[in-house]
Design a protein around this ligand. Structure first.
Ligand code: HEM
Length: 541
């Protein structure tokens, strides 16, 4: 066993050659070389397979064949479709399953997917395991960030500095910014409803009355985060033409693919010019001084940095030590603003599109939600937007949002964490160092917790109306939980509520059959075709 586990590919090849002196003598003949290499590939593969199946530290766990090679993990991540095979794997092998390899660990299939309620609570909340090496693929400027950091002290410090930006009080100051972006959306949709040919940039022209709501939600959420995190809209709703969001999305997808397929690094360099954009935007705000002040996320970061400096907690000048300590250096401000853009755009837009998708297909729920919204906004002058105060506590709106996030959680492939001591999860021994995927989507689809799990039933979130027993604690994790839960949750919920309420009070919407609804996950989930079309008709002008 020791021999099996410690031999590297090279020492194994050497041992093979030494065992075959006849082949060594023949080395000048191409056919002999091919024969030796083929023997090497087959025997080496077998050796690894036997070792990982019967001898390594996770060999006691159930698994499919794919767990033994990088290949399937690599393909799953490359295509962004791992979330399609994970449920089938759990169905077949149970709640704790070996699912793949991460290349840093050459022998052990060290990724274990966990679909057990108590174990997921343990991973995210009770033991609060740190994020895994997988997150290092998301480091920008080689900097830890609030999202990617695995270091608990760093995270605690950075979270302390950043979290107040997402407190309800500060968020209220962002409502006018969000409202301006939503106003532009309404204008643009109205334009398109009158004249579909007004679409620019070669986008597909849809029949009159149909709108690609997926594309609009992506563009709107980018404009909102552009305005709030960089002080400048990307104008994506207006003309869908800003290079940065597209370049960034492509680079992040590549970065995730390369984390699991390191060979790609030899052929496909990643373009990180979107980082320069952040540097430039932060500089513009600083140079504008007091005149450029406005209440937004970027200003919050700049002010937090100034107050840390004023209280003697500023940077020491030692770049590495400052980074490890989580100090808000200039680089850190630029990085965190980018993290908001990465973590806070596609997440919200997919959540809104998914909610609209379920609503157009469930007309009873749609009707009821419209009634709730119409009632809440009845006093508004015609054409004015719903306000956050009007929509923030509406029970059926919240139920519809919860239900769509249950059915399509953003972290569809699970939340990776690294186990820091030998432990037991779901009745199985999990050794220290294992990467565990907290499989929240599996809980969301578990009929023990969510009866008729594939159905869109918003009423299940309203105890007095639910046809099912009340939803149990620790079964629903759209924003994760524990110290690494989503810091932007309030921002996201405000955005989702305002946008859904606006669309549903201003337009009649209808299902357009025959569309693809499959989705991909690289960092967050998105519609695979970047398209979801609905019929829209203005109800109030
Ligand atoms: C529907 C919208 C959203 C969903 C479903 C969502 C979900 C999540 C989840 C599941 C995590 C944990 C990720 C992990 O453990 O790897 C997370 C973390 C995070 N999210 Fe969100 N998110 C949303 C919107 C936002 C927005 C709008 C922002 C910022 C403007 C944001 C910023 C962050 C950050 C910075 C983290 C890392 C927090 C930490 O580790 O302390 N998110 N989000």
């Amino acid at each position: 066993m020791a021999v099996l586990s410690t031999l590297s590919n090279w020492t194994f090849l050497k041992a093979l050659l030494e065992k075959y002196p006849r082949s060594l003598a023949d080395l000048k003949k191409p056919r002999a070389i091919v024969r030796i290499l083929a023997t090497f590939v087959v025997l080496n593969g077998l050796r690894k397979l036997i070792y990982t199946r019967y001898f390594d530290r996770l060999s006691h766990l159930p698994s499919g064949l794919f767990a033994f090679t990088y290949f399937f993990t690599g393909v799953g991540v490359y295509t962004g479709r791992s979330h399609y095979f994970l449920p089938k794997t759990h169905e077949r092998y149970g709640k704790v399953v070996r699912v793949g390899k991460f290349f840093q660990y050459p022998y052990t299939p060290n990724i274990v997917s966990i679909a057990d309620k108590d174990a997921i609570h343990d991973i995210l909340v009770a033991s609060d395991y740190p994020k895994s090496e997988i997150h290092e693929g998301l480091e920008l400027y080689k900097q830890h960030s609030l999202f990617s950091s695995r270091n608990k002290d760093f995270h605690k410090n950075r979270r302390r500095l950043v979290a107040p930006a997402f407190g309800l009080q500060y968020l209220r100051s962002l409502e006018p910014i969000m409202a301006d972006c939503i106003h532009l959306l309404i204008q643009k949709i109205d334009e398109l409803l009158k004249d579909p040919i007004s679409v620019k940039n070669g986008a597909k022209v849809l029949p009159k009355g149909q709108i690609n709501i997926c594309s609009f939600m992506n563009r709107l959420s980018l404009d909102i985060i552009g305005e709030t995190a960089f002080g400048e809209s990307f104008d994506m709703v207006k003309d869908d033409n800003h290079p940065i969001p597209k370049q960034m999305a492509k680079s992040l997808k590549r970065s995730m693919q390369q984390t699991f397929n390191p060979w790609m690094r030899w052929f496909i360099p990643i373009d990180y010019t979107f980082i320069d954009f952040s540097v430039e935007r932060v500089n513009v705000r600083r140079q504008a001084g007091e005149a450029g002040r406005r209440a937004d996320l970027l200003q919050f970061l700049i002010d937090a940095q100034a107050s840390e400096r004023a209280s003697g907690n500023g940077e020491t000048g030692d770049e590495y030590a400052d980074m490890i300590a989580g100090k808000l250096t200039d680089r850190a401000v630029q990085t965190e603003a980018l993290v908001f853009l990465i973590a806070g755009s596609e997440t919200s837009s997919t959540a809104i599109t998914v909610a609209l998708m379920f609503l157009v297909k469930n007309t009873k729920a749609l009707k009821r939600l419209r009634e709730e919204l119409d009632q809440a906004t009845a006093s508004n002058p015609s054409g004015s937007l719903p306000t956050y105060d009007q929509v923030r506590k509406l029970p059926y709106l919240t139920a519809c949002i919860n239900e769509s996030m249950r059915l399509r959680p953003v972290a569809a492939t699970g939340l990776p964490r690294e186990v820091t001591e030998d432990t037991v999860m779901g009745g199985q021994k999990i050794p220290k160092g294992t990467i565990v995927l907290a499989q929240i989507a599996q809980l969301h689809y578990n009929a023990d917790y969510f009866p008729e799990p594939n159905k869109f039933v918003p009423e299940r979130w309203i105890p007095e109306e639910s046809p099912f027993p009340p939803v149990q604690d620790f079964t629903f994790y759209p924003f994760s939980a524990g110290t690494r839960n989503c810091v932007g949750k309030n921002f996201a919920m405000m955005e989702i509520r305002l946008i859904l309420a606006t669309i549903l009070t201003m337009y009649d919407i209808e299902y357009v059959p025959g569309q693809r609804e499959d989705y991909v996950q690289f960092i967050t989930t998105a519609f695979a075709t970047e398209s979801y079309v609905i019929k829209m008709k203005r109800v109030s002008v």
